[in-house]
Design a protein around this ligand. Structure first.
Ligand code: ZN
Length: 199
């Protein structure tokens, strides 16, 4: 039964379609939004529309940004000869939070997962290979997660890159198996990075 009326119901439905938001949380958020003071609800809505309309992928590393290049790729202070391959912009953010990684990134937007029908052509792997052909890369650090798919993708990339002679390394297995990199603390991530193994 629709006890709140159509408009509230629609807001709850939209919110509950978001990842990690169940029905009860959606209700709580909906009533929070409805009770926001002044223009706050509009600011929230505008931020969603603005982010959606004005974000794109960085031309170099494919993270989400609002210009041609993300601030990391555009920075002269970063070591552009060290490239870390990560699964998602969230993983990139996790490594940035350590504050100790000074290289640049390449975001795959997923891993190879045959069970889900995700092949090498469905992630930003071709873009990585093209980038390695064009740029002077001294080390490629493969930091895909330690799930079965993350490990298999790491193996696949290392085999693909091997003929180029570029030094390739894999983050240490201090990262828990199946772990979501975003949920791992900075110290663990730094250990995984410092203890990386040359492939
Ligand atoms: Zn970038």
């Amino acid at each position: 039964m629709d006890i709140y009326g159509g408009k509230v119901h629609r807001l709850i439905e939209e919110l509950s379609s978001l990842p990690g938001i169940g029905g009860k949380t959606a209700q709580r958020l909906a009533f929070h939004i409805i009770n926001l003071p002044g223009d706050r609800a509009k600011q929230l809505a505008d931020a969603i529309v603005d982010a959606k309309q004005n974000t794109r992928y960085c031309k170099s590393c494919y993270t989400v940004t609002d210009g041609d290049l993300c601030p990391i790729c555009a920075s002269g202070k970063r070591d552009h000869k060290t490239i870390m391959v990560v699964e998602s912009p969230r993983d990139l953010a996790a490594y940035e939070r350590t504050g100790r990684y000074t290289g640049v990134y390449h975001v795959l937007h997923g891993v190879i997962n045959p069970a889900l029908g995700i092949g090498a052509g469905d992630i930003r792997l071709k873009e990585l290979i093209l980038r390695l052909e064009k740029e002077d890369c001294e080390e490629l650090i493969i930091a895909t997660g330690s799930s079965v798919e993350g490990e298999a993708t790491a193996m696949y990339i290392s085999k693909l890159v091997k003929p180029s002679g570029i030094k390739t390394s894999r983050i240490a297995s201090g990262v828990p198996v199946g772990g979501d990199l975003e949920c791992i603390d900075e110290v663990t991530l730094m250990r995984a990075l410092d203890g990386r193994i040359i492939l």
